[in-house]
Design a protein around this ligand. Sequence first.
Ligand code: ZN
Length: 438
Amino acid sequence: MMEQHTAARELADFLKDSPTAFHAVKRMGEELEAHGYVRLWESGTWELRPNGRYYVIRNDSSVIAFHVGAVKGRWNFQIGASHSDFPTFKVKENPELEVQKKYIQLNTEGYGGMLCATWFDRPLSVAGRLIVKEDGHFVTKLVKVDRDLILIPSVAIHMNRKANEGFPYNPQIDLLPLFGDGSAKGDFKKLIARAAGVTEDAVYGSDLYLYSRQEPSVWGAKGEFISAQHLDDLQCAYGVLQGFLQGSPKDSVNVYACFDNEEVGSRTKQGADSTFLYDTLSRIHAGLGGTRESFYQALAESFLVSADNAHAVHPNHPEKTDARNCVYMNEGIVIKSHAGQKYTSDAVSIALFRELCERAEVPVQFFANRSDQAGGSTLGNISASKVSVHSVDIGLAQLAMHSSYETAGMMDTGYLIQAMKAYYSARISEEKGVRSIV
Ligand code: ZN
């Protein structure tokens, strides 16, 4: 119990430091470095050795880390994947809009499928990445304006009597944040440059997003719930990372992958639907002296755990979830299945993953959508289509997915760490159709 709560509080610190996917990946890189992982560059030469620890970042927003085991004879990849992005609003290139010379708004557009109502009437700010020209070169600088900066004001009920009747928000009208009074004209880019410690004219490119200033909170009768922004999917990204760092590979290469752009379909150069995972696995394999033949052997014995949060039964709407395959916060890891294969779990991968959870003494629960609901999608089936290995879709139960303030269980991050540590310390193998876990 104590351990579980410590994990949840450390997760809260990680979330506070992760206003954007760029910041989340930077923080993961720092944690990897602290554990002896060496950064490789995709444009560089990779010199790998048994028992080595490495990581590689693509686009500042996706990361793949790997821990090489003994790898003497036959070996496999044991992969855990999650996503680094979350729904928010992106600031457009020409960011300021003037209203009656009295207000300056920010011109934004939606990123992913957010619950719009949760973004109103709370302090927000801006963070992201700048490409800055320095001595004729272009370097990346992360920026976070660390104060309450902007807010999206609701229209008063007196001016919109339909506000509580399922009002449709227009993103170009209703969701624009207020940045300042009329005198703030021309200030936004200056302010961002100043926050990054550079001058406005040195900034050649920017990817800037809104984030909520609301801090994580632990609440409930016994402190059993935690609310914060970005629980989907940074709770899994964090839990899988901790399990990865604590695990010790046998005849395996342990792989930790966290991909950007899941919330917009993963089809970017750094998304789960890119070549990033395949490129990295083939370079690792070749770098360890493998042949084409042994690469296919390794893949046939490899395994992918795709971790993305799941919908807990909603207290006000229990009818929204399946009658039997429904899940609750604080009751352990969720294994997700879908007949149409939006989730990759099947009898083989479920059996193996259940066994690992049993060994780690972590409870599991099973999720399926109501048969009359489409449900969401995730990255397991996308990654598996690029690198075809046995794969299970898991997650942690949460409420209010894609709200600017989501809710999860205090116990579950710890459960995920325990299960992933067991996964990253075991060797899953397959010989003529018979599977074993050593
Ligand atoms: Zn997600």
